[in-house]
Write a protein that binds this ligand. Sequence first.
Ligand code: ATR
Length: 273
Amino acid sequence: NDLYAVVGNPISHSKSPRIHSLFASETGEPVEYTAIQAPRDDFAGTVKQFFERGGKGLNVTVPFKEEAWKLADRRTERAENAGAANTLYLDGDGVLVADNTDGCGIVRDLLINHGVTLNAARILVLGAGGAVRGVLGPILAEHPGAITIANRTVAKAEALVELFTPVAGETRLSACGFEQPSEPFDLIINGTSASLQGDLPPLSPKVIAEKTVVYDMMYSLQTTTFNRWALEQGAQIVHDGLGMLVEQAAESFRIWRGVSPATGPVIDELRND
Ligand code: ATR
């Protein structure tokens, strides 16, 4: 079997080994996929050792995505824009290549799994950290009408606007604090880590209309804190990030194996855990 792994710290809760072994059995690809906890101060050594032992590809998760991006000898365009990498592999010449499939993952989950229209949509993105930077490029490629990036630290949202303006095309990009937006959006994407501290961004309820689609990049067995708030404000459609997680994994699998696994059955299986 060809060897793959996810590297992070901590790593024991990662769903990636489960997801990729479901892809392997579904496609019949000879893939063995494990989880590796890298020491915080030796991500590079862990990666080097993995590929020296004949490993074929790595997924990278918290806190090493930026380091993976730096470590690579070559980056795909979407990894370049994301400033972080979640997928590593060696090309035919043994060059370490970094890709980022997170943005592709959320876009496919929205478009294909949930039937959400991004083209011309008015989108409110909450957060301006690595998670948001990782997905903005692929979302912009769907030509939304406008993206408002709201963040606790407004300067970080402004920096993202500046960074993505060259690839924004006709999409209007703007930055603000959480309190400012006061009219309904077509889609609200929560990319903050506020819920990890049990916090909610202090948004006006006016950002939510009945038709607003709410998407929390987090997921948990229970409805997420943010989605619960949105439902209380009258949102009818809320999704969490489980589909994104499976879709980003599927895109990594496709990069490594040249085969696209079906994601629907895997999402259903994880949902029922
Ligand atoms: P990630 O990789 O998850 O994006 P990050 O780069 O540290 O992690 O970014 C975390 C994001 O969540 C940031 O937008 C952060 O806001 P700041 O830029 O102001 O720090 C946001 N965030 C974290 N905790 C938050 C909280 N309690 N309330 C609101 N926003 C929060």
